[in-house]
Design a protein around this ligand. Structure first.
Ligand code: NAD
Length: 459
């Protein structure tokens, strides 16, 4: 695909011009991006609705609003983030001054998923552009209307040598990965993450991999069950469960499990009515292939709520499965859809043995009023990030790093961390010339004791 090579080379030339590092130029572009997103609000709603019947509220809340906050925070801080940061000097180097310089990597490839197709494509771009890079974005082909509005919005604001969209699926992504980039930022599944990591390795290209996992949600017996159920229903069924940080399964204390299940049913009905297919607020599964995958999970286990499927509408009702075995399909891997299995535990060892069956998750949730209980769980398990007494809300704070660990990903972004992700940090020591301590220079005769003393003094 010659046009991809050409595009990359055009961007490399533009990067070399230095223009992408001009902070006032970057600010103009980010301001224009913000106002273009705002002026296209209705077109964005239309695109997301056409792709999987996402409601206006959820589109604003999880795609547009969150992105505008990210742009605003970046605009507010970009001068500060771009300045060399002064740090304390090492006594060993006395007299000197020390700085961390941020340098853009150059030409960045961003590959995005379909589940929050607008936000997860554009949020990394905001950080990459703020840090002074050029960007080629490959949005997901599974949400074609959103991919088109992304291209329309971005091409309105950016020239293609600065930021460009390449649409397509596996062949186009493969061709993009054959090129040498200065940084690759990927959001998607673990298997494709591995393909991306391998492609990057051949050029030693640094990567961020934002992947998925099986996110546990532990509920003990100290909670307000009604409030817990309300928050769980929100976190699980927003975007019809197609969220990388959605609670995947519940581990409830045996004594409260049946009451929790009852409350979950009540809260689902309160949120989406008796027939969620008629609710304007409940999205669809992205395509028939994913619906089939989810349908297979319903073949075993005790469905205590929902389970209705309409293939013509890619619809799957919010579904609860009570007490599935650990060997059933729904407990195999990431569910990534509106099916919520509820398991129980009686001891902390039960929690450990279930959570440790799976790779390190992206999200981790505990509902408990016992500080020592949730603090111990935070320390015991390794996971990307999490919320206590709620689900997913840590994503909403741009001052928190967002990313996985182990199989759930490499690296993190949002806010200052996003800027840092897309910039190499150069450590610089500026030595003064008014003094030159002779200790380090050869010949070293009689200097060993003195250097030992000097290290002690520095410590
Ligand atoms: P995916 O891995 O199938 O696709 C992601 C991107 O990779 C798409 O742009 C797609 O075109 C491309 N792609 C797909 N197959 C490819 C191949 N063989 N070679 C090269 N490129 C390929 O993921 P998805 O289905 O779009 O998204 C769902 C997954 O993403 C879930 O596992 C979810 O947990 C994860 N996710 C993670 C985050 C996060 O921030 N950590 C956010 C959203 C989704």
């Amino acid at each position: 695909m010659e046009h991809i090579k050409l595009l990359k080379n055009t961007q490399k030339t533009f990067f070399k011009s230095g223009k992408t590092r001009d902070v006032s130029f970057i600010k103009t572009k980010l301001k224009a991006l913000k106002s273009t997103i705002i002026s296209n609000e209705n077109a964005i709603y239309d695109a997301l609705y056409k792709d999987f019947k996402k409601s206006k509220f959820e589109t604003y809340f999880s795609e547009i609003g969150i992105l505008i906050s990210e742009i605003e925070m970046t605009l507010k801080n970009i001068e500060k983030w771009n300045k060399p940061k002064k740090v304390r000097s090492a006594a060993l180097n006395f007299p000197s001054k020390d700085y961390i310089y941020s340098e853009p990597y150059g030409t960045v490839l961003v590959i995005a998923p379909w589940n929050y197709p607008f936000q997860l494509a554009i949020a990394p771009i905001v950080s990459a552009i703020a840090a002074g890079n050029t960007v080629v974005l490959k949005p997901s082909e599974l949400t074609p209307h959103t991919a088109q509005i992304i291209e329309d919005v971005l091409s309105d604001v950016f020239k293609k040598e600065h930021l460009s969209v390449v649409q397509g699926g596996i062949p186009e992504t493969t061709a993009l990965l054959d090129e040498r980039w200065d940084y690759i930022f990927f959001t998607g599944s673990v298997p494709v993450g591995k393909i991306v990591a391998k492609a990057a390795a051949q050029f030693m290209t640094p990567v961020t991999l934002e992947l998925g996992g099986k996110n546990p949600c532990i509920v003990d017996d100290s909670v307000d069950i009604k409030l817990t159920a309300k928050r769980l229903v929100w976190g699980k069924f927003v975007n019809a469960g197609q969220t990388c940080i959605a609670p995947d399964y519940i581990l409830a204390k045996e004594s409260i499990k049946s009451e929790l299940v009852q409350q979950l049913k009540i809260e689902i009905t309160k949120a989406y009515g008796e027939d969620p297919q008629q609710s304007e607020d409940y999205p669809r599964i992205v395509n028939a292939k994913n619906l089939k995958r989810l349908e297979n999970m319903l073949k075993e286990g005790n469905i205590v709520h929902g389970g209705t499927i309409d293939n013509d509408d890619n619809y799957l009702a919010p579904t609860l499965i009570d007490d599935p075995t650990l060997y059933s399909k729904v407990m195999e891997g990431e569910i990534f859809g509106p099916i919520l299995p509820i398991l129980s535990y009686s001891t902390n060892e039960d929690i450990e043995s279930i959570v440790n069956r799976y790779e390190k998750p992206l999200g981790f949730y505990v509902f408990s009023n016992r500080k020592e209980f949730y603090t111990a769980l935070i320390k015991t398990f390794s996971f990307g990030g999490g919320s206590i007494n709620d689900t997913m809300i840590h994503f909403g704070n741009p001052r928190l790093p967002f990313g996985g660990v182990g199989d759930s990903g490499i690296g993190a972004y949002h806010g200052r961390l996003g800027f840092d992700t897309f910039s190499h940090k150069k450590g610089i020591t500026i030595k003064a010339n008014w003094l030159d301590i002779p200790l380090r220079y050869a010949p070293y005769k009689n200097k060993l004791k003195k250097i030992k003393k000097a290290f002690k003094w520095m410590g």
